[in-house]
Structures are given as C-alpha cells and as structure tokens.
Write a protein that binds this ligand. Structure first.
Ligand SMILES: Cc1ncc(COP(=O)(O)O)c(C=O)c1O
Length: 380
C-alpha cells in the first residue's frame, strides 16, 4: 500500500492554533528502554537501573490475577473501580470515598492540576523534584514556583513556607523525594502544614513510601484524618512492581476527591490493572522480599560508592544520587557497558541517579562505573 505523502509542512498553520501555555512545555525524558540501548550499542545484555522500578518483578499473585481476567477483556472495566477502591480503602484505613484511582499517579497529578489550577495560580514545588508536577501546572497555564532544597538536598520547609503567597493553590511535598532520595519526618511536615493558610492544598507524593525505614516517616493519611486539605499520592509502580500496568491513586477528604472525578475519563483504569492491584495488595510476601532486596542493595551501593570514593546522597527510596562530576558523560559511557541509569536532571548536572537493583545488577553497575571512572583498582 502506498504511504500517504505527509511532506507538506503545516507548522505555520497549526502552531497559532495551539494553546499558548503548551508551547513552552519540554517533553518528559523517560529512562531509556533496554531494547533501544541493545540496538544502539549492539549489546546482548543490558540492565536498566533508570526508572526506579522493582527489580524483583511483579507479585506472582498479580500476574495470576491478570491471567484470570483475560477472557473478560471484551467487557469494559468497572469505571468506578469499586473493588479496587474498597481494597485500597481497607489497606489505608480510610473510607472508599476518600480513594481516587488513576492510570498511574502521573495521570492523577495531571488531574489534580486540571481540577485546581488555572492561569494566575501558583504551585510550589521542591527543586529538584519530580517533573510531572510542573507538567500538570504548565498544561493548565498556572505558574510553577520551584523552591530549592537546602544542603544535601534536605527539605527547607521554612523557605517553602516563605514562598506561599495569596496566589498559592497547591504545594507539593515528595517524600522520599525523586530524584534525591531525601525525605521528610512526619513532625516537620505536620508543623509545615499547620502553618499554611487553610485554602492551600498540600499534595504529599509518597510513591516510595513502602521503602521507608527511617524513624518518624511521613504519614500523610493522618493529615487527611484530621481534616486538612491534603492529598496523598501512592502508586503500584514501585514496591508493587506494576509499572507497566499503570496504576496510581490519591487519598484525600471526600470533599476534595469528588472534584477530581469531574476530570476523570469514565474508564481511566483498565481491567487488568484493577485485578492486578487488588491481588498485589494482598501479597505481603512480595512486599517483604522487595523491601529486603532494596535494603541490601542500598547497603551494597553505599559500600561500592565508598570504595570508589564517590560521594552519594543517603536515600529512603529505591534509587540514589551519586556525584560523578559529569553526569551526562558517565550516563553515556555506562550505556556502552550495558548499564542504563539517569542523568541530566535540571540543576544537578554533576549527578547520576541509579535505581537500586538485584545484587547482580548492583555489582555489574559498580564494575561498569569503576571502569568508566578509571577506578577498577579501588573496587578490589
Ligand atoms: C515521586 C513520583 N511520583 C509519581 C511517579 C509516577 O508514578 P506512576 O508510575 O504511578 O505514574 C513517580 C515515578 O517515577 C515518582 O517518582
């Protein structure tokens, strides 16, 4: 069949039709897929430590649940995700009307922006942090106010508080923060939230909550229970190993949650994702194993970085930052050795972010890094 001729350039006609705020949005840069790197560098074995995925894999209970529902794929999913919301509600100790599910927490972040933000509104975000917060706000034409983290990428909540103005509608707190791995204590977050005007909504992104093993971790559900305008964001993409399924959720007072439904597509969470998530929530063994693999992997990488003399940022997530001077160069060179990490986060060009892998993956990464930096001897 002949291919249609698309050579005529319509840019001059189309561009003036596009909504103004969209013109300055820079596209999201995801971790590179394994296949891409295999093809580019003609490699047979490539490991991906770039997207904070669970190296253990998905819960076997979740994959079995997906298998079980395949013969029903001719049916639309339950648009209200009743069973899933009920399972999540039980898991977190809130009512179903406080649970809102989305096609990944990425979608929930966008829907939060669509629900609450318009031109003239301000959104406070820690910097550096997860880029999707900016994206949602930019789509809506709202103003993003980045508030730099302090030394060692620690939260500076006093500074965050000082940036609150009459126009501030939303404040994002991400703990553990992506890409830095640094975290908030519950006490500090509570003090901050208490200090805010009532009309400011705080979104606590707890995508990596299940990995946290520090004293006094952020427990944002307690803010919701005490009637604060707080939304908690969670995901099945990290600890639950279901990134490919796309499922995230928000928790919040029903008065907030009901408005998120105004921008929700009728069937935004597919049937496989719903079945998989219900099963994954019930698989405590998978969670325990994943947590332990991450804890040991974190120690392994800490020790490796120390031997190589590379400064790193202690983390409470399943990833960490290492200071390698020229992040982009190290990222490129690591790919040639079959290891994909991330670099090029705004404001921190000297760092790479590596996701914690299996013991074998961590070992391969450390060896490759030593080679790239000419430090093979130090690894011993
Ligand atoms: C802090 C944070 N929030 C949200 C997400 C998005 O998760 P999901 O896969 O549920 O869209 C990520 C993914 O990397 C993340 O790091």
């Amino acid at each position: 069949m002949a291919q249609g001729d698309l050579s005529k350039d319509l840019e001059a006609i189309v561009k003036p039709l596009v909504r103004e705020p969209l013109l300055s949005i820079r596209p999201y840069v995801p971790g590179r897929p394994i296949q891409d790197v295999m093809r580019e560098f003609r490699l047979e074995h490539v490991i991906k430590m770039a997207s904070n995925e669970n190296p253990v894999g998905p819960s076997p209970k979740a994959t079995a649940a997906i298998q079980d529902m395949l013969q029903d794929l001719n049916r639309y999913p339950d648009g209200a995700a009743q069973d899933l919301r009920s399972a999540i509600a039980k898991h977190v100790g809130l009512t179903e009307s406080a649970v809102f599910v989305g096609n990944g927490s990425d979608e929930v972040i966008k829907m939060i922006a669509e629900t609450f933000l318009q031109p003239g509104d301000e959104l406070l975000v820690p910097f550096p942090s997860f880029s999707q917060y900016d994206f949602g706000a930019q789509v809506m034409g709202a103003t993003v106010v980045p508030v730099p983290l302090a030394d060692g990428f620690q939260y500076d909540l006093d500074s965050l508080r000082e940036h609150v103005t009459e126009k501030t509608k939303l404040v994002y707190l991400c703990s553990p923060n992506n890409p830095t791995g640094t975290w908030l204590t519950h006490r500090a977050a509570a003090h901050f939230i208490e200090s805010l005007p009532e009309k400011v909504i705080v979104v606590c992104d707890e995508a990596y909550l299940e990995y946290v093993d520090t004293p006094d971790p952020l427990r944002s559900v307690e803010f919701i229970e005490s009637g604060k305008p707080v939304l908690s964001l969670r995901t099945f993409s990290k600890m639950y190993g279901l990134a490919g399924m796309r499922l995230g959720y928000a928790l919040g007072h029903p008065s907030l949650i009901r408005y998120l439904h105004q921008v929700r597509e009728p069937f935004n969470v597919n049937a496989m994702a719903q079945a998989a998530a219900i099963a994954a929530l019930d698989d405590e063994a998978h969670v325990q194993t994943s947590r332990e693999v991450n804890r040991l992997g974190r120690e392994q990488l800490y020790r490796g970085f120390e031997r190589l003399g590379i400064p790193y940022i202690p983390t409470q997530g399943n990833f960490m930052l290492a200071e390698v001077k020229n992040g982009q160069h190290v990222f490129q060179e690591l790919q040639k050795l079959g290891v994909i990490v991330r670099a090029g986060f705004p404001g921190i060009p000297e760092y790479i972010r590596v996701s914690i892998g299996t013991p074998e993956e961590n070992e391969q990464f450390l060896k490759a890094l030593a080679e790239v930096l000419g430090k093979i001897k130090e690894l011993g």
